[in-house]
Design a protein around this ligand. Structure first.
Ligand code: TYM
Length: 329
């Protein structure tokens, strides 16, 4: 039997090349090797307020983007988290074995909480729901970007604690990071992770950015006061541009050095822009085709939920039995 893989993306903001290089690109590469489940995690998105109409359309847009980058609904289950109620059900059970101190230590929680006037309980519970997403499907691996590594460690801690209290129940999920591209930085601020929620005009390249705009953002990316690429002294901005190129091209580090060492920043940027655009153009074309077919994305999400629902039900039943909660005979 194939091992299972689960990963997810929040349908908030616009998906960008960091999400692609850190996560989605990897998903496409491994979808045939594992029994693959890819979630649009809308319950996570509402841990901070989302405009309801916008959220609804973002769920569909995200599902269409999953397919546009190459996830194949025949090989993979593509589903919306809220359409499988066991995610929330298991999250409650895991909440009951999770010390609050573990959650308060999460760096993403601390950062997000600082940005809110009132901190909703959901923001604190966020990583428990994420653990539930993964453990619900007994996923063996979880391909994510570097920023989710701490949440994955917590997932293993929660699973271990549950297993030691109630007996072996959960598979320990391994974190699967890409070799290049696990942390794409903002183009305007290369010391900060590229993020969906940062709104600066030159910060992120969204997968659906008009091509001209994407090119402009790269040409304006922050570099440093040196004139040309020097691998012995790479500034953060130049290193980020090189990483983006390498992650898209799949070039070896040797080839990167040979090609880019000594190149003037203006030329480097042109080549990075061409590489990014060569990848965005076909993706955007597929996206438009997918969205043009009425009802198609909805049908994929419906089918995805139907496909994974039996796994979810079987885990929740097992967890209930382990905990002594009522299950029908
Ligand atoms: P989210 O929606 O913030 O991001 C989706 C994926 O993109 C990766 N990523 C990046 N990778 C490289 N560079 C960046 N600048 C960058 N920004 C984001 C993220 O690491 C992630 O893999 N909590 C998760 C969603 C989630 C989840 C799960 C993931 C919910 N349940 C279960 C895995 C398993 C999140 O907010 O991802």
């Amino acid at each position: 039997m194939k091992k299972r893989v689960f990963s997810g993306v929040q349908p908030s903001g616009n998906l960008h090349i960091g999400n692609y290089l850190g996560a989605l690109k990897n998903w496409v590469e491994i979808q045939g090797e594992y029994e693959s489940i890819w979630g649009i995690v809308d319950l996570h998105a509402v841990t901070v307020y989302q405009d309801p109409a916008e959220l609804r359309s973002k769920v569909l847009e995200t599902a269409a983007l999953f397919m546009a980058v190459g996830l194949d609904p025949k090989q993979s289950a593509i589903m919306a988290q809220s359409s499988v109620p066991e995610h929330a059900e298991l999250a409650w059970m895991l909440t009951c074995v999770t010390p609050v101190g573990w959650l308060e230590r999460m760096t993403q929680y601390k950062a997000k909480a600082l940005a809110q006037e009132t901190v909703g309980d959901g923001l604190l519970q966020y990583p428990v729901l994420m653990a539930a997403d993964i453990l619900l499907y007994q996923a063996a691996i979880v391909p994510v970007g570097d920023d989710q590594a701490q949440h994955l460690e917590l997932t293993r801690d929660i699973a271990q604690r549950f297993n030691s209290l109630y007996g072996e129940t959960f598979v320990m999920p391994a974190t699967h990071l890409p070799i290049v591209g696990s942390r794409v930085m903002g183009l305007d601020e290369p010391d900060k992770k590229m993020s969906k929620s940062t709104t600066g005009a030159g910060h992120a390249i969204a997968l659906l950015d008009p091509i001209d705009q994407a090119r402009k953002k790269i040409m304006r990316a922050t570099t440093d006061s040196n004139p040309a690429v020097d691998f012995a002294a790479l500034g953060a901005g130049v290193e980020n541009l090189l990483n983006i190129f390498q992650a898209f091209s799949g070039w070896t580090s040797e080839k990167m050095r040979g090609h880019f060492h000594g190149m003037r920043y203006g030329d480097l940027k042109k080549q990075v822009a061409e590489m990014v655009i060569a990848n965005l153009e076909p993706l955007q074309k597929r996206y438009r085709e997918i969205m043009a077919e009425p009802g198609y994305v909805d049908s994929v999400l419906k089918e995805g939920a139907e496909r994974v629902s039996p796994f979810a039900k079987s885990t929740v039943r097992l967890v209930k039995e382990r905990m002594g909660l009522y299950t029908e005979a």
